[in-house]
Write a protein that binds this ligand. Structure first.
Ligand code: GLV
Ligand code: GLV
Length: 325
């Protein structure tokens, strides 16, 4: 009989969906909203594979509800912080994810968010529509330029390195990065590895691309923001949990830093009455880093293929995060 695969969302891109549909019996949460936890706990029972998203918390309770036949959990994301990797590994359940394919799209969005924040693009467009554009004005809607600036990248992984490569041709004066080890990728943009404190103290733009782990949770707290320049701009495209959000609100209000651009926050979606939405020096995007049409289609295909590879007894062909850690 055909393997049983749970798909936790109704609107996954069709190329990946079709691959699974051809070969598996699908158990589907058919709505385009996240599967409720109670449904996840019951629908996962007895399946061989799971196609999930970063909105699904796959923890010990969920994994044990599945039963011993579960062989693979594949997430349509590069982030893995929503998966209990230890529990999965202990049970020899393979984990699939989608690195590399979304690197360009996410780096591109990071540059767009940085420019939208520094050059106040969203605020300026809103002002035009509100009739606040009275004349070309020498100082209106000014913000810091990239040319000659110091850019600091926190966590020089695939995405961080690509962001740096993209920013280098903007004639920045230098690119700093903080990372546990020297990265050979830094040669392409003459990146200098420095301690985090030095990066925070010197950078005009601080860009967070580091993965969320127990060690990076809350690393941007009051103390970290306190080390940054008053003129600096903070960009986060990784996970909201890396930031102590109350500390960020406070430092933005007090102008302890100039502005922030966030593609990720806590919680997601952010409530519309949240303090962050009241600030004019904060640009907020709804976690769209990888949202290029082609990339999302490719992510769905890779996720489906990761599941099929394991179910057909061929797990070597999928990128394994467990090997890399
Ligand atoms: C997006 O945040 C991802 O992890 O793919
Ligand atoms: C701006 O439009 C300029 O001409 O300087």
């Amino acid at each position: 009989s055909r393997p049983r695969v749970l798909i936790t969302r109704g609107d996954i891109p069709s190329p990946g969906y079709k691959l699974l549909h051809q070969e598996c019996e699908l158990i589907e949460w058919k709505k385009s909203t996240p599967i409720p936890r109670s449904e996840l706990l019951s629908m996962i029972t007895g399946v061989d594979g799971v196609f999930c998203l970063l909105t699904d918390k796959i923890d010990e309770e969920v994994i044990s509800s599945a039963g011993p036949q579960l062989k693979v959990v594949a997430t349509m994301s590069v982030g893995l912080d929503h998966l209990d990797l230890k529990s999965l590994k202990e049970r020899n359940i393979k984990v699939g994810y989608t690195p590399d394919v979304l690197t360009d799209a996410t780096a591109e969005l990071t540059v767009a968010l940085l420019l939208a924040t520094s050059r106040r693009i969203i605020q300026a467009e809103k002002a035009l529509r509100a009739g606040e554009w009275t004349s070309w004005s020498p100082t209106w809607m000014c913000g810091p330029g990239l040319a000659g600036s110091i850019v600091g990248i926190v966590g020089l992984g695939r995405i961080g390195a690509r962001v740096a490569e993209y920013l280098y041709p903007f004639r920045v004066s230098k690119i700093l990065y903080s990372s546990r080890s020297e990265k050979s990728a830094a040669a392409a943009f003459k990146g200098q590895r420095v301690p985090l404190d030095q990066l925070l103290a010197e950078s005009d733009f601080v860009i967070v691309t580091i993965a969320q782990t127990p060690e990076t949770r809350g690393m941007f707290n009051e103390e970290a923001f306190g080390k940054m320049k008053k003129s600096s701009i903070f960009i986060n495209v990784s996970r909201g949990e890396i930031v102590d959000q109350d500390a960020l609100v406070k430092v933005l209000k007090n102008r302890g830093i100039r502005a922030a651009g966030l593609d990720v926050m806590t919680p997601e979606p952010i409530p519309l009455d949240h303090e962050l939405l009241k600030l004019d020096n904060c640009v907020l995007l709804p976690h769209i880093g990888s949202a290029s049409t082609e990339v999302r289609e490719q992510m769905s295909v890779i996720t489906a293929n990761n599941i099929l590879a394991v179910l057909k007894g061929n797990p070597e062909s999928m990128p394994s995060p467990l090997k890399m850690q």
